[in-house]
Ligand binder design. Structure first.
Ligand SMILES: *[C@@H]1O[C@H](CO)[C@@H](O)[C@H](O)[C@H]1NC(C)=O
Length: 377
């Protein structure tokens, strides 16, 4: 002990941390660890001893029953191990790292413990220490826990979906494996969640299709040492891209239809714009004036074919030069038609517009042009 204290002092002076050394025997374990029957369990353990650090070869670790110090569940001399634990135990950690964690495989329901760690140092004077005040009790789990499965509440077609499957366990030396019923990208993580408990989580991501609707996603856990797998399933309801299609498609259709109608209207308007304008100007001429013109024409004795032809020619001309030129011609024409004195006849659509007197020529003229345009249309 004196040597140890001196060594500590020297190392402290040299600036090394003193934490590596301790002047007491100390062990850190979990007083109770859950163990899955048939599987494996690791009892976490770390220890300290007084004095300088010994090489691994000069210390040995032993685990024994709390009540029976000679009932070895683990010993470096395997022949010393109780029959019930032979081939089932090994140190999971390295004693050189002051890690005394013990792995028990093929856990049996009577492996309850409590179990205690003992360290033996092969120093000049052999130091042995059993940490019987800090022993570990095993809490047996008979029914293997199924995995916990999480998924999004709603899964949408064509959008990546994520499923999480996890299990807690106490055997980090042989982690349980998680498998999925559906193909996808898997990401597996192992976490030490403290107090000898570990968690394996597998995240599955895939893009669901309508074929996945009303199917089950199954996550299966396979614990080390157990033949059977344990599964958890969850139904999947894939929401169609309805939210988009039911809005987008009708919108596009409506827009397209509106565009089409618009284009057609535009073309129609363009094509018949002139016609519409003419219609409007025609409406300006009241029915009365037209009737009175007709009656005047009857009285004046109608028209002959010659004047018809001339009138037509004038109308075509009139389309290009609306005013002025026609006046004289027309009045001549009127005089001539008066002289001819043919028998009155029913006016043809063309002759209807013919003027019989000079003063209402303007109206008449316009109408003639209209008629010709309609005739052409
Ligand atoms: C001891 O070893 C075990 C098994 O390798 C490991 O899981 C644990 O983290 C180690 N403990 C410490 C304190 O390093």
């Amino acid at each position: 002990m004196t040597g140890a204290k001196t060594a500590v002092f020297i190392y402290w002076l040299l600036g090394f941390g003193v934490s590596v050394f301790a002047d007491v025997w100390k062990v850190e374990v979990e007083s109770e660890v859950k163990a899955l029957e048939g599987s494996c369990v690791v009892l976490p353990c770390s220890f300290k001893y007084p004095g300088v650090v010994q090489p691994s070869s000069r210390k040995s670790g032993i685990w024994h029953k709390e009540k029976d110090w000679n009932y070895f569940i683990f010993h470096e001399d395997r022949t010393q191990i109780a029959d019930n634990f032979k081939e089932r135990t090994k140190l999971a950690g390295r004693l050189g790292d002051l890690n005394c964690s013990l792995e028990i495989d093929g856990v049996k329901n009577h492996d309850n413990g409590p179990f205690c760690f003992r360290v033996e140092l092969q120093t000049s004077v052999t130091d042995k220490y059993s940490f019987v005040k800090n022993c570990v009790r095993l809490n047996m789990i008979v029914d293997a826990p199924p995995p916990v499965l999480h998924s999004d509440d709603s899964v949408h077609e064509g959008q990546p979906a994520v499923f999480k499957c996890s299990v807690r366990h106490t055997c980090p030396s042989h982690q349980p494996t998680l498998t999925w019923s559906h193909k996808g990208k898997e990401l597996v993580t192992y976490k030490d969640i403290g107090h000898g408990n570990w968690e394996v989580e597998s995240i599955l991501s895939f893009t669901p299709t309508s074929a996945d609707d009303h199917t089950n996603i199954i996550c299966t856990v396979q614990y080390h040492g157990l033949r059977k797998g344990y599964e958890t399933s969850r139904p999947v309801f894939v929401k169609e891209q309805a939210t988009y299609n039911h809005i987008l498609i009708p919108s596009i259709c409506a827009l397209g239809a509106a565009l089409l109608v618009g284009v057609v209207c535009f073309l129609l308007v363009k094509r018949y714009k002139k016609r519409i304008e003419d219609l409007q100007s025609r409406n300006d001429n009241s029915m009365f004036s037209r009737l009175s013109r007709m009656s005047r024409r009857f009285r004046s004795g109608g028209n002959n074919s010659e004047s018809d032809g001339r009138h037509q020619r004038r109308s075509i001309w009139g389309r290009f030069s609306r005013r002025g030129h026609g006046d004289q011609t027309d009045s001549n024409l009127d005089k001539r038609s008066n002289k001819t004195g043919n028998k009155p006849r029913m006016p043809s659509p063309k002759s209807q517009a013919k003027s019989s007197s000079g003063h209402d020529y303007d109206d008449d003229y316009t109408n003639t042009a209209d008629l010709n345009i309609y005739g052409n249309a």
